[in-house]
Design a protein around this ligand. Structure first.
Ligand SMILES: [Cu+2]
Length: 262
């Protein structure tokens, strides 16, 4: 059934836990709209024939006495309300109301800018280091403060988001400049990224592979090239990748940390 929906609606593959539920709702709405389209089309053609000029040369100012069309319209409203109350709201509540626990998730900060995704991992200590807007420069895109003990092991990549399979991923989204939109189509996850706000988003990937991070908001002239990559891999490969990308910890910083700890 799911494969059929994906094929008929031309959707990207389903690669997260909740993807099928979103697609089911999409399919239901499409089926309902198809029924409406056919129904209203028949009704339209019926009125064209029934009230044709040759049969009614003189206008009848009283109009129809039959209330059938009102009943049909009321039924449509009921079905729409049911779709909203019984499907859309519960699905939304499940996504927004039940965020995974931080300690069970992979946490990552994504800082959008024209036209790239800066990805910030907390490193081994699990604590995100301080970021300072005053430190932003051409070689420090997110303004990380490496003198902060928590920041020394933090991993920063550009356009490369690696995550392990079958574990909840918590992404905190911010923007340095304009409104962007973080879109992982195969995960059925999308969230606008607003400067001055930190907005969380979560998903659980269920399929290994390399996917695209698209910017789904026209954010400037280079919008088309604001493209990143999401790699879903095994826990082991993910850990290796983290190790490969871990920054070299400078001794001066280590000394500083020790002196802070003393
Ligand atoms: Cu953008």
């Amino acid at each position: 059934m799911n494969d059929l929906i994906v094929k008929l609606l031309g959707l990207p593959e389903q690669a997260s836990k909740h993807a099928a539920e979103i697609d089911n709702m999409l399919a239901l709405v499409h089926i309902f709209m198809l029924i409406l389209f056919v129904g209203w089309s028949i009704f339209f053609i019926f009125t064209l024939i029934k009230f044709r000029q040759s049969k009614h040369p003189k206008a009848n100012y009283e109009g129809l006495k039959n209330h059938m069309s009102n009943y049909v319209e009321f039924a449509v409203v009921i079905v729409e309300a049911l779709l909203l109350l019984m499907l859309a709201f519960p699905l939304w509540a499940q996504r927004v109301g039940s965020f995974p626990l931080e300690e069970e998730s992979v946490r990552v900060h994504v800082i959008a800018e024209q036209f790239a995704w800066n990805i910030h991992y907390p490193g081994k200590d699990g604590i995100f280091g301080k970021r300072d807007i005053g430190l932003v420069s051409s070689d420090n895109s997110i303004g990380i403060d490496r003198s902060d003990p928590a920041a020394q092991d933090d991993i920063i990549t550009i356009n490369q988001l690696h995550v392990p399979i079958d574990q909840p991923i918590l992404v905190y989204l911010t923007s340095k400049d304009v409104v962007h939109s973080f879109a992982l189509r195969e995960m059925r996850a999308l969230q606008d990224v607003i400067p001055g706000m930190e907005i969380p988003l979560w998903f659980t990937p269920t399929k290994e592979g390399k996917y695209e991070i698209a910017c789904a908001q026209l954010c400037g002239l280079g919008h088309y090239r604001m493209r990143g990559f999401l790699t879903v891999e095994s826990q082991e490969k993910y850990k290796n990748w983290l190790n490969e990308n871990a920054p070299e910890i400078k001794e001066t910083i280590v000394e500083k940390v020790e002196s802070v700890n003393e």
